[in-house]
Write a protein that binds this ligand. Structure first.
Ligand code: GDP
Length: 131
């Protein structure tokens, strides 16, 4: 997912370009905006964390790009491509180093396991929207 900070700053094209050049294939993609309820459901695992309210408010503050990307070893390779959660700790050349402003507003989301990738893909896309 490309988060609202990055879409509002006009980074969508550059981020997609970096993902595609890194070898990821797009299987599904949409430009949409989450309600606070949807953002809360997406990040349900963080409900008890102190930053949950801030996270939900931010993630529903503007449009996002949701996508299903395919590649061998996709989860691990995508986490490497996006870099550390806190952009101050992200390696040079990573998407968060290039485009993120803070630990909260950090430009992109990537699934942390194959299992969660399936759950998150199903959150956004029907079978008819995947090619
Ligand atoms: P990720 O897997 O690298 O996205 O990191 P996490 O799963 O730990 O956190 C999910 C998302 O919650 C992050 O990408 C941030 O947008 C947000 N987040 C994490 N830690 C903080 C924090 O300390 N403050 C705020 N405001 N947001 C945070």
């Amino acid at each position: 997912m490309i988060k609202p900070d990055a879409t509002s700053k006009g980074y969508t094209g550059a981020i997609l370009d970096q993902m595609i050049k890194a070898g990821f294939t797009v299987k599904a993609m949409k430009w949409t905006k989450l309600t606070t309820e949807q953002a809360g459901l997406f990040y349900d695992i963080h409900r008890e964390r102190p930053f949950f309210g801030e996270l939900v408010e931010f993630m529903s503050s503007g449009p996002i790009v949701a996508a299903i990307l395919e590649k061998d070893n996709a989860v691990e390779d995508f986490r490497k491509l996006i870099g550390a959660t806190n952009p101050a700790q992200a390696e040079e050349g990573t998407i968060r180093k290039n485009f993120a402003a803070s630990i909260g507003e950090n430009a992109v989301h990537g699934s942390d396991s194959n299992e969660n990738a399936v759950i998150e893909g199903d959150f956004f896309f029907s079978k008819l929207e995947r090619f």
